[in-house]
Design a protein around this ligand. Structure first.
Ligand SMILES: NC(=O)c1ccc[n+]([C@@H]2O[C@H](COP(=O)([O-])OP(=O)(O)OC[C@H]3O[C@@H](n4cnc5c(N)ncnc54)[C@H](OP(=O)(O)O)[C@@H]3O)[C@@H](O)[C@H]2O)c1
Length: 306
């Protein structure tokens, strides 16, 4: 039975993901949130493929452990840049450090992400999930984009989510003052925002040799949401855990998108692991995306920085 288009993602999740044996030797890959889950598995696969990895992480000790692990197992170069994405100033500092130390950036993987069941605000006054999942990746990408263009051919991969299908983005209430905060919608809003900027940036990057794509890394066993209350953690660990998959599949899919020769010219698409898929209609609203771009530039200080 053929599923309606809006439910096609269920069938796609059962398809066998594509893989590539292409190596990444000599390529510099910047990846955020590589200390755990999806990001950790992607960093492992990239290290196995010979890439030089630069991990942008918030926790010094965790990052040092992963760095040591990857160097020991795969013998590749692995560097760490520290940044807490709840603070936009930290993202700017990380970008400054990346620009100062890496004359080439071949791949940027924006993976760091959170899911909160309760509304909190960052020190910058943004809703935390929106700030970490969207604003931080938006700012980092914009600050690095010229270096990526200089390094072309280069690729940007946004680790997004089927959670974008929950919706929740209201440009007039990004801090949820007028609505009751719901975790799934807060998460959905951040992922819709990220997708809208992918289409926008793909257009701006046309002809530069830099591609940008978004992907859903599968429903996998990671630490996401474990910052929430006891009930949530119990639900995730004891009920959901058994139906979730091994995040190795996510790492392999990210590697495919970063390395496969057949992906070199593909840009402005959403992938369910490696399967090209149509996102929810509300995430394809281009006029909304243009408004969001301007607001994101304002919120991250890009419009005043020039
Ligand atoms: N797991 C799934 O089934 C699933 C499904 C769809 C999409 N995703 C997406 O996959 C991505 C990775 O999530 P995951 O499932 O692998 O979760 P995870 O195991 O919790 O990993 C999240 C990563 O993001 C980092 N991070 C969190 N907050 C940060 C902050 N304020 N500043 C800097 N880094 C921060 C974490 O650092 P620490 O190690 O220091 O906490 C960790 O490295 C997210 O974008 C998520 O939305 C996951």
């Amino acid at each position: 039975m053929k599923l309606p288009e809006e439910l096609q993602f269920i069938a796609n999740a059962r398809m066998v993901p594509k893989t590539t044996a292409t190596r990444m030797d000599g390529r510099t890959c910047v990846i955020t949130g590589a200390t755990s889950g999806v990001g950790y598995q992607a960093a492992r696969r990239l290290a196995q493929g010979g890439a030089h990895i630069v991990m942008v992480c918030r926790n010094r000790e965790k990052a040092a452990r992963v760095q040591q692990d990857l160097k020991t197992i795969y013998g590749t170069d692995v560097d760490v840049v520290l940044a807490d994405f709840t603070q936009l100033a930290n993202v700017r500092e990380a970008a400054g450090s990346l620009l100062a130390n890496y004359p080439r950036i071949d791949v940027l993987i924006n993976n760091a992400g959170v899911h909160h069941t309760r509304r909190t605000l960052t020190g910058d006054g943004n809703e935390t999930v929106f700030a970490v999942n969207h604003l931080a990746s938006f700012l980092l990408t914009c600050l690095l984009v010229r270096r990526l263009i200089q390094s072309a051919p280069a690729r940007i991969i946004q680790v997004n989510s089927q959670g974008h299908r929950f919706g929740g983005l209201d440009l007039d209430d990004l801090t949820w003052e007028r609505r009751r905060y719901k975790g799934l919608q807060g998460y959905g809003a951040s992922k819709v925002a990220q997708l809208l900027t992918v289409w926008e940036l793909a257009d701006r990057l046309e002809g530069t040799g830099v591609t940008i794509n978004a992907m859903h890394p599968g429903e996998v066993r990671t630490n996401i949401g474990m910052n929430n209350g006891l009930l949530y953690r119990w639900y995730q660990r004891y009920l959901l855990w058994w139906i979730l998959k091994d995040p190795v599949i996510s790492g392999n899919a990210i590697y495919y998108l970063a390395a496969a020769p057949e992906m070199a010219q593909v840009s402005g698409r959403f992938f369910n692991l490696t399967i090209d898929e149509k996102p929810a209609a509300h995430a394809l609203d281009r006029p909304l995306g243009k408004r969001l771009w301007t607001i994101s530039e304002e919120l991250t200080g890009l419009s005043t920085a020039g």
